[in-house]
Write a new protein. Structure first.
Length: 58
């Protein structure tokens, strides 16, 4: 699954962490394990995950 491209590595890693948090209930690998994803980043990750899941249903 691609989460898209981002302006910098930190943004990409932050969205990856949020996606792992959503998909694996916090048990996935995180780039920043001491940080809980913000609501804004969780929303971005959730939208990207839903877009991927909707494409697979077609």
């Amino acid at each position: 699954m691609s989460l898209s491209s981002f302006a910098d590595e930190v943004s990409a890693a932050t969205v990856y962490d949020a996606a792992a948090y959503l998909l694996f209930a916090g048990a996935g690998y995180a780039n920043f394990p001491d940080q809980t994803p913000s609501i804004e980043v969780l929303d971005i990750a959730k939208a990207r995950i839903e877009r991927f899941q909707n494409k697979r249903r077609l």
